[in-house]
Design a protein around this ligand. Sequence first.
Ligand SMILES: [Zn+2]
Length: 511
Amino acid sequence: MNLGRRDFLKALTVLSAGSLAAASLPSLGRLRAPSDKPNLVILVLDALTARNLSVYGYARQTTPNLDRLAARATVYHAHYSAGNFTTPGTASMLTGLLPWTHRGINLGGLIHEQFVDQNIFSLLQDEYFTAAFTQNYYADILLGQFRRGIDRHIISSSYYEQVDRPLLGQYFPNDPVPTYYGLDDFVFSGRSVPSSPFFAFLADLFQETASLEDHPQAGYPYGLPNNFFYSYRNDVAFAGIQQEILNLAQQSPFLGYFHMFSPHEPYRPRQEFVGKFPKLDMPFKKPTKFSTLDISHESIQARRMDYDEYVADVDSEIGKLVDGLSAAGVMDNTCFIITSDHGEMFERGEYGHITRFLYDAVIHIPLLVLAPGQTARADVTAPTSGLDLAPTLLHLAGKPVPAGLGGRILPGLGGRADSERSIFTVEAKENSSFGPLIQGTISLIQGHSKLIHYMGYPKKPETFELYNLQDDPEEMKDLFEADTSTASSMKEEMLDSLADANRPFVKNQSK
Ligand SMILES: [Zn+2]
């Protein structure tokens, strides 16, 4: 076997990282030519809604560091996730496909097998060293599906964790997906009923460990951040990924995907961010029709405060990370992308993102791109989608975009701004992944117009809503009956697109 210098260095770096499992070793036989292509880093902050960020005009100064970094970044003002929770939002970002195509639509779901080698890692792997890390277990299930494209799947370790949990997946790093479905999900998630006294005992033990972490800890008055499996400190986690990126920079060009759990709930800001913001009645009370949680307005406002404090904490870590990479010279040849997998909502009787709603709070996400050598701010106001990440990364890497990949090259990074393009988001967690999409919520954005369609929910009529996001950004005034020409043309496009997406599954059903 002939080993190139880069492959040798690559193997050496991997071998020297003691916490890694043997399964993370890259293929030593694959050779890559030296390259001057930019490194690509994607930093995903889970459940970070654009709505609550001062960089997008929010009343509380939640993101002084993003505000500062924006001065030398391209800032996307109408960027939308393709789903409203981790699985569809992340899968669409990584594959460039809509949820109704890749079918990662259920909580903890998988994408369909024919798409597992169409992802940013596989598409760039011939020229890039590819690495991925996530603290979100739903995202890690997807990374497990994409393992053939990932040279280094950084498995969460004591490096990032403060309190170990009896997470069986840690002991099966080669088989995270079957382990999740066979053991972790069943035993630990609380979503399934344990089938034996032994599993019930394990589940109780797990819950007990979890509740211990709700007590105040040094510097964390609400308890340590946790991702439902283990507790962590954001300063330690962000310092950890900074070190990982510095290691990866030894073998440019690399593609690094870092999907942090914060500011996902539970919202656990450090002490210095608690009590930082004034009280606001923001937004005003909205109607709670269709809400399944029906939480009081006052309670939602309290949760919004906790979230905002937590966002400010996470923003401080992003600032430290980028400053550290700049000081080390890594940013000079790295395209650094800051985004989220979906938003978070605090309105209409609900908070969080496990919802049927697709209002802007839960799908309007941040996107800031710091390109190598960029010294001035650029603003993009045309609507863009999480799907655009995959074709844009290929373009930045100087590679052609294959047919069949959805999304478009982002304006400002080689693509053309198109304010009238169609941006879809699909919520279908209660729908079978293998049947036609008959129950769920779909939104379509075109220019300033947004059509929302609720379909197939029990005890709820088929409904459409139409909003003008420019005149009515809080989505209060439904224009579906009033603006019939916009309503009918957008409805026709939505239903035609849905029928196209359903066609293969309708055929399956009729067999
Ligand atoms: Zn998420």
